[in-house]
Ligand binder design. Structure first.
Ligand SMILES: [Zn+2]
Length: 253
């Protein structure tokens, strides 16, 4: 069993602090049951796992139970190969009470040589329309496209959207915050990301691992919350509590 904190501090945190991982890919983790058990042991109250294509969306629906909640979508890098499968998203969400939104979806300029941006836009917009009609939160994947993805979701009247693995600057973060959208912080803290954390309210921040792509397991979210707490000058307990509540409220969990 993986233990993130082993000191006496751990026992104190374990009894007092709740954590939540707003974004991971449980279907890609070798032993998802073990990862979920470790997460419970580490006081994670919820994990949101995201699909990226038709196949991972199906696995996501199966994994979404207990403390695991799922979002399904066709990501920009899969827009060409899997874009026609957008139609099945609606029924996948209706399949389980633990399915809570659409994601990860968006625009990614770094894969535009493989998947034309117009195709990405088409597949993203279709899914934004589904989210609007079903009144669902969206988990946004945006690489070098923040201004455009932001205006697409805003123009479509989307109420709840979170920018997963946020890579923008403080101005973009402030704009996202002013629309009531959220900024999700991964376990990769650049100085730019630290400035973003300082620039917005704690209430606008989510914690995520993007495991196993960046963090190893959802329990690694504790390190993200610890960093956020120190940058915001609050206790780990307060940061964990506030972020967990924000994520639960935002996804109507
Ligand atoms: Zn992801």
């Amino acid at each position: 069993m993986v233990q993130i904190l082993r000191s006496s501090e751990y026992q104190m945190l374990k009894t007092q602090t709740r954590f939540a991982d707003a974004h991971c890919h449980l279907d890609l983790i070798k032993n998802p049951d073990q990862a979920v058990n470790d997460a419970k042991f580490n006081n994670l109250e919820l994990i949101i796992t995201a699909g990226v294509d038709s196949q991972s969306n199906k696995k996501t629906v199966e994994l979404a139970k207990g403390i695991v909640f799922g979002v399904v979508g066709i990501s920009p890098d899969n827009a060409l190969s899997d874009g026609t499968n957008v139609e099945e998203i609606e029924s996948m969400i209706k399949a389980s009470r633990n399915m809570v939104g659409i994601g990860e979806v968006g625009l990614d300029l770094t894969v535009a040589d493989k998947v034309n941006l117009n195709i990405q836009r088409d597949v993203f917009t279709k899914q934004v329309e589904i989210a609007y009609s079903m009144e669902l939160p969206i988990v946004v994947h945006s690489r070098k496209t923040i201004d455009e993805t932001l205006s697409i979701i805003k123009d479509h009247g989307i109420k709840n959207a979170v920018f997963h693995f946020f890579e923008g600057d403080e101005q973009q973060a402030k704009k996202i915050e002013s629309y009531g959208y959220k900024i999700s912080i991964p376990p990769a803290l650049s100085s730019k990301r630290r400035r973003v954390i300082r620039a917005v309210d704690l209430e606008s921040l989510f914690s995520e691992t993007d495991s196993p792509v960046v963090g190893k397991t959802p329990s690694d979210v504790i390190t993200v919350v610890t960093e956020i707490a120190s940058l915001k000058g609050v206790s780990i307990e307060d940061a964990g509590e506030t972020i967990t509540k924000s994520i639960k409220d935002y996804f109507y969990i």
